[in-house]
Write a protein that binds this ligand. Structure first.
Ligand code: BGC
Length: 330
């Protein structure tokens, strides 16, 4: 395992950003301390993730390319929640709703990075009241290369009850270029969170059978993406939380490269997002990105679960430890 680092520019306030480079002789990964962002991941000579050349592009562009998302990934309806009888008002950055941690989420923080066995451990202290969330939250994300796989291990503790739903927002393209419509995907999910036009769960855990959401057997992403069904129509393609009912959560294959990625996780759900809102932009090494040029598999607790007490809880109590692991194997 070879670990090196290089400067990756500076933020507007002068803080330096560092790119950590890991190579275990099988896969090569680059991770920024800015957002614990996976900037590149080279498998069999193909860089299978989207990213940018400069820190300025990471700061200026939307889309959360490669980033760690927190405190709460996905949406919170009405940007507010009640915990222990107290109301908390969060930043509304997706219409009336709160998305991916708010105004300045974990994706835009500089994390402290140290070397560990097979990779790096990144830590961040999110202080009480940051983005209006309660509790001093100590978070760690350990990024390791495990043979032909990259693993993300999340850990957190808090000194006051809070809510937490960490994930990673890497856009994969297993062909390394073009759109992802001819990738084949299988999802170990027999239900999904039905959503409304704002991508918020209605509360219904709908069966996938007989719909464009049925990936229990492999289908091309593009096959039913524009079907005349609310589950894809309301979000312009795939953008829903699938409820994992069997392992692995996902298996995806690039049509041209033949590279196969298998996703396993300890989380109960996975947001399969087909990059529908991605607008044209310049990517790293001269690449061009467009709508549906990358897909995300954001392993997570269900969206807006603070408003659905019947679902697995996203509440982290004071003194409890949050732990979650996701592995992307090739
Ligand atoms: C969401 C999309 C959103 C995107 C932001 C995804 O996790 O589900 O609706 O547009 O993140 O890039």
């Amino acid at each position: 395992m070879n670990i090196t680092k290089r400067p990756f520019g500076t933020l507007a306030d002068g803080r330096a950003v560092t790119c950590w480079c890991m190579d275990n002789g099988v896969v090569q990964a680059e991770v920024l301390d800015y957002g614990v962002t996976i900037r590149s991941l080279v498998v069999d000579g193909v860089d299978v993730v989207l990213g940018y050349d400069t820190i300025e592009e990471y700061v200026a562009n939307d889309g959360y390319l490669g980033a760690t998302i927190g405190r709460v990934g996905n949406r919170i309806a009405g940007s507010c929640f009640e915990l222990n009888g107290k109301n908390y008002h969060l930043y509304a950055n997706d219409g009336k709703n709160h998305l991916h941690g708010g105004k300045e989420g974990f994706d835009a923080k500089i994390w402290n990075v140290e070397e560990t066995e097979n990779g790096i451990v990144c830590s961040y202290l999110s202080v009480d009241g940051e983005e209006n969330y309660p509790g001093n939250l100590q978070v760690k994300v350990t990024v390791t290369l495990e043979g032909k796989a990259i693993q993300l291990k999340y850990w957190a503790t808090t000194d006051a009850d809070t809510i937490l739903n960490l994930t990673n927002h890497t856009y994969f393209n297993l062909d390394g270029k073009g759109d992802i419509l001819s990738h084949t995907i299988r999802l170990g999910a027999d239900r999904y969170c039905a959503g409304d036009e704002g991508c918020l769960p209605t509360g219904e855990l709908a069966p996938v059978q007989g719909t464009a959401m049925d990936f229990l057997t492999p289908h091309m992403i593009g096959e039913r993406i524009d079907a005349d069904e609310d589950c894809v129509k309301l979000s312009g393609g795939y953008d829903s939380n699938f409820i994992i009912s069997s392992s692995p959560a996902a298996v995806v294959k690039g049509a041209q490269s033949g590279i196969t990625m298998t996703v396993t996780t300890t989380e109960p759900g996975v947001q399969f997002y087909s990059g529908n809102f991605m607008k044209f932009r310049k990517g790293k090494n001269g690449a061009i990105y467009h709508r549906r040029y990358g897909f995300c598999l954001e392993t997570q607790h269900f969206p807006d679960s603070i408003h659905h007490p019947e679902w697995p809880t996203c509440i982290l109590k004071a003194g409890e430890t949050y732990e979650s692991t996701t592995k992307y194997a090739f």
